[in-house]
Design a protein around this ligand. Structure first.
Ligand SMILES: Cc1cc2nc3c(=O)[nH]c(=O)nc-3n(C[C@H](O)[C@H](O)[C@H](O)COP(=O)(O)O)c2cc1C
Length: 183
């Protein structure tokens, strides 16, 4: 089983990346995990959409060879970070220009969402990501989702420190997602 992790932050020391690393450790040998590198993709611009730029082709191929996607994202101004929205805009588009069925690289792929952020635990971004993934015809897992409200100490040290309850949330989500993909 192959699962792609998508991090909604490009920050080197991202809390969301650290959360994803914890999830990868929980999954262990049960799936092959890869982190999608997408810093090099261009802004969506319909002038360059077809044929797709090389970086978009690479990302689509990587995603189409996977069995599921797990998105870990902060929220920026109560919303989906722009870099992640740009990626999802590319992924939302049909592989073949003018395809009436609008089949994209993510059509039907199982997806689950987690987030680390301020007091909201990035829940506003996740709400919008849920709506978007359904709109994009992904197979959205209806919970459980891990929501991390970072403490002032975590922000000050720039280090993620999961409580036992948060670790359990992440374990529950990982277990559920593995069976969701298998179903
Ligand atoms: C442009 C911007 C907007 C932000 N807006 C929010 C917000 O609406 N809600 C929130 O909880 N945190 C907000 N934050 C703080 C982020 O949650 C925090 O920087 C977090 O560490 C980002 O995740 P990362 O560590 O994975 O990069 C914002 C940060 C930035 C840079």
């Amino acid at each position: 089983m192959r699962i792609i992790f998508i991090i909604g932050s490009l920050r080197r020391n991202s809390f969301n990346r650290a959360l994803a690393e914890n999830a990868a450790a929980i999954i262990g040998e049960r799936a092959e995990i890869s982190f999608l590198e997408y810093q090099d993709i261009p802004y969506m611009n319909q002038d360059i959409e077809y044929p797709a730029p090389e970086s978009i082709r690479r990302i689509r191929e990587e995603i189409m060879s996977a069995d599921g996607i797990w998105i870990f994202s902060p929220e920026y101004n109560f919303n989906i970070p722009g870099v992640l929205k740009n990626l999802l805009d590319w992924l939302s588009r049909p592989l073949v220009k003018g395809d009436a069925e609008r089949v994209s690289a993510v059509t039907g792929i199982p997806v689950t969402l987690s987030g680390a952020g301020g007091r909201s635990g990035a829940s506003n971004a996740r709400k919008r990501l849920s709506e978007l993934s359904i709109f994009m015809k992904m197979k959205h897992m209806d919970g459980p989702e891990t929501s991390i409200s970072l403490s002032p100490e975590e922000f000050a040290s720039d280090t993620l420190s999961l409580s036992e309850e948060e670790k359990k949330e992440l374990r529950d989500q990982a277990e559920r997602f593995l069976s969701f993909i298998d179903a």
